[in-house]
Design a binder for this molecule. Structure first.
Ligand code: DAH
Length: 340
């Protein structure tokens, strides 16, 4: 029996030495020391031994058990440590590897130019007004002297939502919204998106941007309009910019005009940029129609004022020499980088 026990010990030690995982160790432990294990089996036969042999063999078996248990826990520590080392190795971060660069964006050219225009007007004492893009027919047309059957409505292809609600076709409704809320003196610009049911092409988009301006006070004249807008043009295009005013018609101003700037590419001689006109149209403007003032609860006998509206896209396209409006909306970083 002594030999049997020693043989079990030898074999177990060999297996333990070879074991490489915690699961293997557990398997060996059960096979030798478990309830049905080899050593346990041998001990069950102690009863068949003589009274002298029994304590000797019993002691030996206990020593073997203790030895094996010690070996198993030793091996367990060893395996755990090497697993940890392996994990540290696997998860090691190479801090010398090049990082992933985040591409930095740029201000959109529409934003850059809008900010410039805002600064120019803020410098002249204007404040910024904002209002809804989904607008009532009343504000977009009716209060601006464009009743339901007015032919001028046809020039602004409108996205109607209901009979009375639409996507604003111009920023001019902001004139009405501001005058309804605020008594003169008023000096605001209102930039924002406007919508028209146009097919997309190089010069049209169903969504574009306008900037509205409105000044109302006592004794405001056409001279104030011309002076203010000329200063604006010089700030935007340079002090040597030359402007002219042409008579025009808008239902909500009387008299109305369009302001042109002398072509900065050919100095008025005529070229491709100005389509041989020598002049480039910049904005529409005029003295606010007395009816519009009345519609907003402002007495036209006491107050007068001027308004203007300009399209942001056209100014931006000319500034950056872009001949296709779609480029402004495609958000192609390569393109923006190229005009930065
Ligand atoms: N709302 C006009 C348009 O979209 C532009 C305009 C013209 C605005 C004259 C004005 C103005 O305030 O006085 O065509």
């Amino acid at each position: 029996m002594k030999n049997q026990i020693n043989a079990v010990l030898e074999k177990a030690l060999q297996q333990l030495e070879a074991a490489t995982s915690q699961a293997e160790l557990e398997e060996i432990r059960v096979k030798i020391l478990g309830k049905k294990g080899e050593l346990t089996g041998i001990l069950k036969q102690l009863g068949t031994l003589s009274a002298q042999e029994r304590p000797v063999i019993g002691q030996l078996a206990n020593e073997v058990r203790t030895k094996l248990e010690g070996k198993i826990s030793e091996k367990m520590t060893e395996i755990k440590e090497s697993a940890l080392l392996q994990q540290l190795k696997d998860e090691k971060i190479d801090v010398t590897m090049p990082g992933k660069r985040n591409e930095l964006g740029y201000k959109h050219p529409l934003t850059t130019v809008l900010n410039e225009i805002k600064d120019i007007f803020i410098g002249m004492g204007f404040s910024i007004a904002e209002g809804p893009e989904v607008e009532y027919d009343y504000y977009n047309f009716e209060a601006l002297n464009l009743p339901k059957d007015h032919p001028a409505r046809d020039t602004q292809d409108t996205f109607y939502i209901t009979d009375n609600i639409l996507l604003r076709t111009q920023t001019s409704p902001m004139q009405v919204r501001v005058m309804e809320k605020q008594q003169p003196p008023i000096r605001i610009i209102a930039p924002g998106r406007v919508y028209r049911s146009d097919e997309v092409d190089a010069t049209h988009s169903p969504l574009f941007h306008q900037i509205e301006g409105l000044v109302i006070d006592k004794g405001v004249t056409m001279g104030d309009l011309k002076g203010t807008l000329e200063v604006f043009a010089k700030r935007l295009y340079g002090e040597d910019a030359v402007v002219r005013f042409r008579p025009h018609h808008f239902p909500f101003t009387e008299p109305s005009a369009e302001m042109d700037i002398q072509c900065f590419s050919c100095q008025g001689k005529g070229c491709r940029l100005c389509k041989n006109e020598g002049w480039i149209e910049i904005l529409g403007c005029g003295m606010v129609h007395p009816k519009v003032l009345e519609n907003c609860g402002i007495d036209p006998e006491e107050y007068s004022g001027f308004a203007f509206g300009l399209g942001l896209e056209r100014i931006v396209m000319r500034r950056y020499n872009i001949d296709d409006m779609r480029l402004l909306y495609e958000n192609d970083m390569k393109f923006f980088k190229s005009i930065k």
